[in-house]
Design a protein around this ligand. Structure first.
Ligand code: GLU
Length: 462
């Protein structure tokens, strides 16, 4: 039997959950789900100066919205300090780590000299214990750091599931500080202990961590741990081909929520940022789980494409039941202070628009005038509410007062009015839209009238 899959998402809570982080979370989640494994959430909050509870909440909110449910955690690294210290103690005892009393000024002097000789600046190993070597005398009053005793020879290598084989000569790596002078463990060390303790089988993360991997592998090996597999995801570029950043607008996933994107669209979109299943562009979460693998992740950078996300969103909006869309729109309209009791059934209005919009904000914008009668702007008024148009609307209002209120009857009345007054359809329908809803374009006018209802229509035509 093969080892059960255990993946993790390990964000540092220094900001919101951004698109890149959400994609990493999605891939880790989907891989675990695909293999019936466990998905673990770990909050890497040891950078106390930059970590905030608000950022933790923002990450949880983002994961929650996207329904990237974790099976274990969230584990907080700050709550695991005793464990890291315990392992450091064990490594000191086993001789895979050692105390180093080199002072910062001394280190700087070493580096300075190395640079002067044209060498790469690195710790020179002066406190590294070796057989037959005499270590310097321990200076008084100096708190030592703890360094990992990195192998000096050979290479560290791994078969990255995205990037292929990667090899680094150990000679390139100096002895990493794993505990600072105040005893606190350092970043790479905490990650190692966590991945080991949590039994992670696949580490799926951004390729900004590729440089950490050889160090982490060496420490894991020194601990006698089974190595996980690594999959380093290439970065995401913005629409313009530069690294995705705040400059590209919404990079926080929750901002996409605010801007009216459905989670189904965002999940589908994120999945295609670097992963593919044949030519499939549209697939459900269930299909993603069924198909997801690490073999079809491209090692090249993925490019964000807002138009494509919008196109997917429009697709998912069309597919969603009006009542479900209405439940979202209610919140958006309430936030604008729109009173829904003042108008028709929201789901009926939503049904008229769901095939015409690409975001839920556009949907809310479209349905709002059914509840809040907005007077048309000066330009629309001047263009469409001419003397002729207003008198035609008066004639129409007279007929509507007693009309049967269904689409077929309403359509017949509009046609009849046009014929009587010698008007073309748009000459009546556009002023009618402008007068009723403050806009020149709407779904078919008979459907609009039907949904709006006689009372509101007559009141608005007055
Ligand atoms: N905390 C790291 C980050 O947010 C991720 C570390 C990892 O996945 O190993 O970039």
């Amino acid at each position: 039997m093969s080892t059960p899959v255990r993946t993790r998402f390990a964000p540092s809570p220094t900001g919101f959950l951004h698109i890149g982080g959400a994609r990493t979370a999605l891939f880790s989640w989907a891989y675990a789900r695909r293999h019936g494994g466990q998905f673990i959430l770990r909050i890497e909050d040891t950078d106390v100066a930059r970590s905030t509870p608000e950022a933790v909440q923002a990450i949880l909110d983002g994961m929650n919205w996207l329904e990237l449910t974790h099976d274990e955690g969230p584990f907080y690294q700050m709550q695991r300090m005793d464990r890291y210290k315990e392992v450091i103690g064990q490594m000191l005892a086993a001789g895979t780590a050692y105390y180093c009393y080199t002072q910062p000024e001394e280190l700087e002097a070493i580096r300075e000299a190395q640079r002067a000789r044209g060498e790469k600046p690195r710790y020179d190993g002066r406190w590294r214990p070796e057989a037959g070597k005499t270590l310097p005398a321990i200076p008084a009053g100096v708190q030592p750091v703890v360094r990992f005793k990195n192998p000096v020879d050979g290479v560290v290598a791994w078969d990255d599931l995205v990037k292929g084989r990667i090899e680094i000569a150990n000679a390139e790596l100096d002895d990493l500080v794993i505990a600072r002078a105040d005893g606190t463990p350092t970043y790479n060390f905490c990650v190692v202990v966590d991945d080991w303790d949590m039994g992670i089988t696949q580490v799926i993360r951004g390729d900004d961590h590729v440089n950490n991997t050889p160090r982490q592998i060496n420490i894991l090996a020194a601990l006698g741990a089974t190595l996980p597999q690594y999959a380093h995801l290439s970065m995401i570029l913005g629409d313009d081909g530069t690294k995705l950043s705040k400059r590209h607008g919404a990079v926080s996933v929750m901002q996409y929520h605010e801007e009216g994107y459905l989670k189904e669209a965002v999940i589908n979109y994120l999945a295609r940022l670097g992963w593919s299943h044949g030519d499939d562009e549209i697939f459900s979460r269930e299909q993603l789980v069924e198909w997801f693998d690490l073999d079809h992740i491209t090692p090249s950078a993925a490019q964000f494409n807002t138009e494509k996300l919008k196109w997917l969103n429009a697709h998912y909006i069309k597919q969603t039941e009006p009542a479900v869309l209405a439940a979202d729109v209610v919140t958006r309209l309430a936030a604008r202070g729109v009173d829904l009791a003042a108008g028709p059934d929201l789901a009926a209005v939503v049904a008229l628009y769901r095939e015409r919009v690409s975001t839920l904000v556009e949907l809310a914008d479209s349905v709002e005038p059914y509840y809040l009668h907005a007077q048309p702007g000066a330009e629309l008024t001047a263009q469409h509410l001419t003397e002729t148009a207003l008198s035609a609307l008066g004639v129409l209002a007279g007929k509507l007062a007693t009309a049967a209120w269904d689409k077929a009857a309403l359509s017949a009345i509009i046609k009849e009015t046009c014929t009587e007054l010698g008007l073309k359809m748009p000459q009546l329908a556009i002023p009618l839209r402008v007068k009723l809803l403050g806009v020149a374009q709407t779904p078919s006018i008979d459907a609009v009238l039907e949904v709006l209802g006689r009372e509101a229509v007559l009141a608005r035509l007055k």
